[in-house]
Design a protein around this ligand. Structure first.
Ligand code: ZN
Length: 149
């Protein structure tokens, strides 16, 4: 996988964190670009399975504490073919997305721009990952090598 933003900085990693004095589990990785480039890139080839431009509709797909605003889901093929594995990636807090459901995506293709959208503390991309059975997984190992140390 490639990084979903240029010149990435991780503003919040996967795992337990304290927010407003309360411990909570952060189920993805929050990214910002050090260069201020808000474009969001597909981490791998795939196909868009969900695109959301409507905030009210998005509330139904995200929990209230981590409302994602505008979001997309891409089914990514990762790993050597044949037998490439499918992962579902959610890209949240997009101000706009530039792709549509069923669209095929190349690795590195621009899919939108991150923003201060949904429940958010400043513009950032929330990226999280599910396996082929829609079980949430830690994306960190799959992004090893592209995450800043
Ligand atoms: Zn997040």
């Amino acid at each position: 996988m490639r990084s979903p933003v240029n010149d990435p900085r991780v503003s919040s990693p996967y795992g337990m964190r304290v927010l407003n004095g309360k411990e909570q589990f952060h189920d993805g990785i929050d990214f910002v670009s050090r260069s201020g480039d808000r474009r969001v890139f597909a981490v791998a080839p795939g196909v868009v399975v969900f695109d959301m431009d409507d905030y009210e509709e998005a509330l139904r797909w995200t929990d209230r504490r981590h409302s994602g605003g505008n979001m997309i889901i891409i089914a990514h093929d990762v790993g050597p073919a044949p037998g490439a594995r499918v992962y579902y990636a959610r890209y949240l807090h997009l101000g706009e997305n530039t792709v549509r459901k069923n669209q095929e995506i190349d690795e590195g293709e621009v899919v939108g721009e991150y923003a201060d959208a949904g429940i958010s503390f400043g513009p950032h991309l929330h990226f999280d990952l599910y396996d082929s059975a829609w079980r949430k997984i830690d994306p960190t190992p799959l992004l090893r090598g592209v995450l800043p140390s």
